[in-house]
Design a protein around this ligand. Structure first.
Ligand code: LRH
Ligand code: MN
Ligand code: MN
Length: 389
């Protein structure tokens, strides 16, 4: 049976996509950061920009912070500021990768004092969550080694486990730890959390509120990410996505730009595994940098891309698919999936937005609003994403 548009729209209405504070600041490659006019000078201005994305899409009500990129004297007050701007503070991302002390690692460093310093930062992040009302603490570790023999692989796992236990025990009853993995970079020989299996093993040891975060740019070329999604959902351990696109490595380009078909396949597995259900804990977050394109419309475009992939995945005729699968009709089963993928869902999304009192074309509406021109005129001396913030 063809999935009725009303059913698809109803599910889309419930989807939430979180944007990252760092997407709004200047960013670049290690060769050059091209400054853009009007980028935020303060965390409050990043929140203002995130509020624009929510205002035009209606589905991005939270903004993730990165600590200490997003410093505030009073995080409770910052949370109130966000609310007055029309959004809420979301995931707290810890940063134990930009201090000279972390050259040989943070929580896996051979030096006990440095491990302690890193752990203290992670615990501080939980204090911040208590003030902001955030549910999720996202941990990504740059820890690893560059040369065989540099440090003991196994001992580093023990140190990592010890730190994670300390953080997990500090969490409140409704808070979660999201453990993100990444194949390589900045370490090139070993990375202490290089893949979903390692992240999953640590999460299993910790408890139910330790969940894996899948950053779509953190895999080897050709990795079947939707398979990882299916396995983690089945195990009840898919906590979140960091969505972005990659052509080569951790490119952090707009989600759905490099490979919209992959994003569709991922969303199909999310839906199949119950990850879009109202009670689901799966958080859809963007983790992107807009190095050459405009940032706010770049985020709006990305949110729309996730919605489009979700809509297409919702259109898969599950009954027809199951029937084809059980009858061993390979081509018919594949056709069911491809029919959904090839459907142009943009008119349906435009209709949904109009029904919600939004402009059917959020990027065009943002451009017409004049917000971009206003911030370019009013904000002088914008900061770089991360380092300068
Ligand atoms: C690491 C990562 C992680 C960081 C973010 C800025 O590559 O994906 O999520 O917090 O980039
Ligand atoms: Mn990430
Ligand atoms: Mn990354």
């Amino acid at each position: 049976m063809v999935v009725p548009a009303a059913v698809v729209k109803e599910r889309l209405r419930g989807q939430r996509i979180e944007t990252p504070s760092w997407a709004y600041g200047n960013s670049g490659t290690r060769f050059k950061v091209f400054a853009q006019p009007g980028v935020p000078r303060t965390v409050e201005e990043k929140i203002d920009d995130a509020a624009q994305v929510h205002a035009f899409t209606g589905v991005a009500p939270t903004v993730a912070l990165h600590i200490p990129w997003d410093r505030a004297d009073d995080y409770g007050r910052l949370a109130k500021y966000a609310e007055s701007a029309g959004v809420r503070l979301g995931t707290i991302n810890a940063n134990v990768f930009q201090d000279d002390d972390y050259k040989l690692g943070s929580v896996t460093n051979p030096d006990r004092a440095i491990r302690r310093k890193a752990l203290d930062h992670l615990l501080d992040c939980v204090d911040i969550m208590d003030r902001t009302g955030s549910r999720d603490l996202k941990l990504w570790f740059a820890d690893g080694t560059n040369y065989p023999g540099q440090d003991d692989i196994r001992t580093r796992q023990d140190r990592l486990a010890e730190a994670l236990v300390a953080v997990y025990e500090r969490l409140g009853a409704h808070q979660r730890l999201l453990l993100e993995y990444k194949l390589f970079e900045p370490a090139f020989y070993t990375t202490d959390v290089p893949d979903w299996g390692t992240a999953y093993a640590h999460c299993l040891h910790l408890g139910d509120r330790a969940q894996v975060c899948v950053d779509t740019g953190h895999h080897a070329p050709g990795t079947n990410i939707e398979f990882i999604v299916a396995v983690l959902l089945r195990a009840g351990r898919l906590g979140a996505f960091d969505f972005n696109s990659r052509f080569y490595a951790d490119d952090d380009l707009m989600v759905g730009a490099a490979d919209p078909f992959q994003l569709f396949r991922i969303m199909a597995e999310v839906i199949r595994g119950g990850g879009l259900d109202p009670e689901t804990g799966v958080a859809f977050m963007l983790d992107q940098c807009h190095n050459v394109e405009a940032k706010i419309p770049g985020q709006i475009r990305s949110v729309c891309n996730v919605q489009e992939a979700t809509a297409k995945a919702l259109l898969i005729d599950r009954d027809a698919l199951t029937a084809a699968q059980y009858s061993g009709d390979v081509l018919a089963a594949h056709d069911v999936v491809m029919d959904a993928y090839h459907t142009d869902v943009r008119p349906m999304l435009a209709e949904l937005r109009a029904e919600q009192g939004l402009d059917p074309d959020p990027v065009a509406a943002y451009r017409r609003s004049g917000y971009g021109e206003r911030i370019a005129a009013n904000r002088v001396g914008g900061t770089q994403a991360g380092w300068g913030a």
